[in-house]
Design a binder for this molecule. Structure first.
Ligand code: PLP
Length: 455
């Protein structure tokens, strides 16, 4: 048997990876031919690969490493917890200290009366929990037909069959279909779909699609509306200012449950603990994951308001995961929250990192390829276009130029993602102004090279 280590030649690691490892969201045969980059270590905002290259992680992994890489405290806590109580469940009249402490902390941090926490292993299964929660809520209230959940096209709520049905990713629906009683309305993406409307008009129009959908489906059939405060994987789509107040008004008017999927926006990403606070949303349920543990261990949760928790609690809730409230994950998440709080990382976002990043981000608008620059806190997107004035699309198939740009970034050792022809960033929250400067040297170089390549 081969012992596989960090010290093996890159080509050998790549060959073994191609032989046995299927990568998510990848065409694996093609990927195997090209060879993937082997990441061996990370510290702060920096990744190191097997060739010794230092890469600035502009995406915080998958939008999750909020406190940055390499925090020893989390490793210590994990080791201690593994020695003390590596596993126990909370199904049958038992609990443990890490899960009690984490649930209490989340209830303290979450806005309003979001005081009750149901744990999962990540965002997808937390959203699956939410499907069952909102349907059970209406069932327990004697309205079992109220089981339709409204979501948005181009939303991302996870990869399980339930959560990907909630999501509005056509490519995912094409592979495996979607579950019944999920309805998708259009997204508030003014750049791509706003036509001749002003952003303000468009925001209102897109929010009112929720009201139209409720009336069309029947008010007594709609259980909930789910949305990300800022659409992340859909391309960091920041809704016009008119959008969220109107959505909130409509949810209130029809008494439907509002689920804010905070998997990306939570834990400081938007400059507050939660995106709902930044955007003035009052959810009944929040989905959280990623930044809750800064990605060091898998953990997610649904944070639920008093009234919904009370109605759910009326009957046995037939739902739970083996790793719901896993003690090691809970202890690590708690330590991550301690670091976020005690090191005032969200203040750093609000006062230092986000204002500086915004200034640099918006300065990209002078680049000939960049038509729109949007940013909320530490998540931003730019729209690439051949003509800023008309918001034109490239003649090449959608995503071609974005892909070229992303590949240039990768080569220049800065991680950015592309979603179609939008480029997105979401760096660790601890990034310093000097590191932001370095990131922009690399982004500018990559944009220039992409521009030269497509001319
Ligand atoms: N919800 C949102 C908004 C996400 O961005 C993601 C992942 O990117 C998920 C849910 C799914 O989370 P996970 O990958 O932890 O299952």
């Amino acid at each position: 048997m081969v012992t596989i280590t960090n010290h093996m030649p890159t080509a050998e690691l790549q060959a073994l990876d191609a032989a046995h490892h299927m990568h998510p969201f990848s065409a694996n045969t093609e990927l195997g031919r090209e060879g993937v980059r082997v990441i061996t270590r990370a510290k702060g905002v920096w990744l190191t690969d097997s060739e010794g290259e230092e890469i600035l992680d502009g995406m915080a992994g998958l939008w999750c490493v909020n406190i940055g890489y390499g925090r020893e405290e989390l490793a210590e806590v994990a080791a201690r917890q593994m020695r003390e109580l590596p596993y126990y469940n909370t199904f049958f009249k038992t609990t443990h200290v890490p899960v009690i402490a984490l649930a209490q902390k989340l209830a303290e941090l979450a806005p309003g009366d979001l005081n009750h926490v149901f744990f999962s292993s990540g965002g997808s299964d937390a959203n699956d929990t939410n499907i069952r929660l909102v349907r059970t809520y209406w069932q327990n209230k004697g309205q079992p037909d109220r089981n339709v959940i409204i979501s948005r096209k181009n939303a991302y709520h996870g990869s399980s069959v339930g959560s990907s049905s909630l999501g509005g990713m056509a490519g995912m629906h094409a592979q495996g279909g979607i579950i019944p009683n999920i309805h998708h309305i259009n997204q508030p993406n003014w750049w791509a779909e706003g036509g001749d409307m002003t952003p303000a008009e468009f925001g209102l129009a897109r929010a009112r699609e929720l009201e139209e959908a409720i009336l069309e489906l029947g008010q007594d059939r709609v259980a909930a509306f789910i949305a990300e405060p800022v659409q992340g994987a859909g391309g960091v789509i920041v809704a016009p200012d008119t959008y969220w107040p109107e959505i909130q008004r409509i949810c209130d008017k029809f008494g439907i449950l509002l689920i804010a999927d905070e998997v990306i926006c939570g834990f400081g990403r938007t400059g507050n603990w939660f995106g709902s606070q930044t955007l003035g949303i009052r959810p009944h349920i929040m989905t959280v994951a990623k930044g809750m543990s800064s990605g060091y261990v898998p953990i997610g949760a649904s944070i639920i308001c008093d009234e919904v928790a009370e109605v759910i609690g009326m009957e046995e809730f037939n739902h739970g995961y083996t790793y719901s409230g896993h003690p090691v994950a809970a202890a690590v998440a708690l330590e991550n929250l301690r670091i976020l709080e005690e090191e005032k990382i969200i203040d750093h976002v609000r006062d230092v990192a986000a204002p500086y990043l915004k200034q640099k981000w918006e300065s990209l608008l002078v680049h000939p390829l960049v038509g729109e620059a949007k940013i909320v806190g530490m998540m931003g997107s730019i729209a690439l276009t051949p003509d800023k004035g008309t918001r034109a699309k490239f003649a090449a198939e959608a995503g071609t130029v974005g892909y070229i740009c992303r590949e240039r970034c990768f080569k220049n050792n800065v991680i950015m993602r592309h979603v179609g022809d939008r480029m997105i960033i979401s760096p660790p929250l601890v990034i310093t102004p000097a590191e932001i400067d370095e990131m922009f040297v690399r982004i500018h170089k990559s944009l220039d090279e992409a521009h030269a390549e497509i001319l």
